[in-house]
Structures are given as structure tokens and as C-alpha cells.
Write a protein that binds this ligand. Structure first.
Ligand code: SF4
Length: 246
């Protein structure tokens, strides 16, 4: 077994207090079955380079016009792209979604990826990332949210907040951060840990300005520790020195 470096030990030591503090702030969270893995997969492709709101607008427009996956595959690609326009980059996303659906049907005889629930995790991840346009984040979201498998998706919030706290090495890419977060956090904390860090990134450790003054994690955060201590205020000049000597 590879020996942990002191930096890995230091980062690992943050996990428990960070997780437990955030659980105290946001409450207990447990994964619940319910989301269809195919819905999660297609929704995730739509979410690339857009906001959640625009992703949902495109997704629900697609569902309203094409009630089944077969309808989506059979749709003329320019027409599907027009329906998906609210999600952005629809000229790329429409054919990408159709190719993914076609391949799943060709390989499985159905629009269904439930078999990934029983596949060794590395194989399931490799299968998902073998599709054109599906990277580590999309694969991790499908595994975590669609299938309840141990997987720690690293989106923009997790990537930023993870580096500020010092869970992730500074400068690491989001793609490379996935295996780091997965090895740091116990598997039973992956789902909740991901959601806690997203919530913190949205309401407190925001991209433009981290609101450390109202954050529960200051005791464990590298960014906060590196802030310059407030400088003592300079003494006000005496009234006489301000006026000058008469
Ligand atoms: S202390 Fe500041 S930088 Fe650290 S996680 Fe909280 S808001 Fe972000």
C-alpha cells in the first residue's frame, strides 16, 4: 500500500470535522432511490455549460415534445436541437444525446442502464466515460444520483470550496479531483458530502467572495487561515497635531 504523504494526511484529517460541521448546518442527508438513471444521464448531458434553470427548461421541453426515448432518437436532429435550445449548445447536445441513446439501445436492447448498479464500480465508470461527451463529472453524477453508488461528483462549487478548505490540492483540475475526493471521504459520506459542499458554495463560500464571517468551517479552512490578521487601527492624531502648532 502506498504511504500517505504529510499533505494527504493533513487533508484527510479535515474530512471528519468538515463533514460533521456541515451536517450540523444542513442536517442529515441520505440518498433515496427514485431518479431514473436514464433521466439523470440525459439531464446531465444537457447541464453541460449551462445553469440548472436552463438545463431544466430544455429537459422539460424535450419531455413534453418527445415522451419516450425512442421519440427522441427518431426526431429530426435540427428539430430536437430547436426544442433543446433553452439549455444552450443545443446543436452539439441534440446529436450527442441521440448517439448515446442509440448506443444504449443497440447494446442493451432497451433504453436502460440499470445494469450499472451491479457492475464493479470502475467498470461502470469506464462504461459511462466511453461515450462521446460523457466525462468524469457526468459519470459520477449518474452513479451517485441515479444508481446510489459510491461516487463523489466534483462540480464547480465542490472544486472551488474543496480547494479553499484544503481538501483538494490547489490547482488540481476538476476531472482529477474526483478520485481525490472519493479516496478522502468514506463511501457512505459521498452523497451527503457532495451536497453539503455545493450548498456551502452557493450560500456562503461563493465564487466571487467567500463569506467567511458567517461560515462554520473557519477552524478547518486553509483559505481562512491564510487571511491576513486585521491590522490594528492607527492611532488617531491628536487635535493639536492635526491643527499644527500655533
Ligand atoms: S471559511 Fe471562508 S473560504 Fe473557508 S469554506 Fe468558509 S467561506 Fe469558504
Amino acid at each position: 500500500m502506498a504511504r500517505q504523504t504529510s499533505d494527504e494526511k493533513r487533508r484527510k484529517a479535515k474530512v471528519k470535522p468538515v463533514f460533521e460541521t456541515l451536517r450540523g448546518v444542513y442536517g442529515d442527508l441520505e440518498w433515496q432511490p427514485g431518479s431514473d438513471p436514464m433521466d439523470v444521464l440525459v439531464s446531465c448531458i444537457l447541464s453541460q455549460n449551462t445553469s440548472d434553470t436552463n438545463r431544466d427548461r430544455g429537459y422539460y421541453a424535450m419531455k413534453a415534445k418527445y415522451p419516450t426515448w425512442q421519440d427522441v432518437v427518431d426526431a429530426p436532429t435540427p428539430e430536437l436541437a430547436e426544442v433543446l435550445r433553452p439549455a444552450g449548445l443545443s446543436n452539439q447536445k441534440a446529436p450527442r444525446i441521440q448517439r448515446v441513446l442509440e448506443r444504449i439501445y443497440d447494446e442493451r436492447g432497451a433504453y436502460n442502464i440499470d445494469h450499472l448498479a451491479d457492475m464493479p464500480l470502475d467498470e461502470a465508470r469506464a462504461y459511462l466515460t466511453s461515450f462521446n461527451g460523457i466525462g468524469p463529472k457526468t459519470a459520477a453524477i449518474v452513479l451517485c444520483f441515479g444508481l446510489g453508488r459510491p461516487s463523489f461528483p466534483v462540480d464547480t462549487h465542490v472544486h472551488r470550496v474543496g480547494q479553499r478548505i484544503g481538501l483538494l490540492p490547489n490547482g488540481i483540475s476538476a476531472d482529477n479531483a474526483h478520485p481525490v475526493m472519493e479516496s478522502l471521504f468514506p463511501v457512505e459520506w459521498h452523497y451527503a458530502g457532495h451536497i453539503y459542499l455545493i450548498r456551502l458554495g452557493r450560500d456562503t463560500c461563493t465564487a466571487r467572495i467567500p463569506h467567511c464571517e458567517r461560515c462554520a468551517l473557519t477552524a478547518y479552512c486553509d483559505y481562512f487561515a491564510a487571511l491576513e490578521p486585521a491590522k490594528p487601527k492607527s492611532k488617531p492624531k491628536s487635535a493639536s497635531s492635526k491643527r499644527g502648532k500655533s
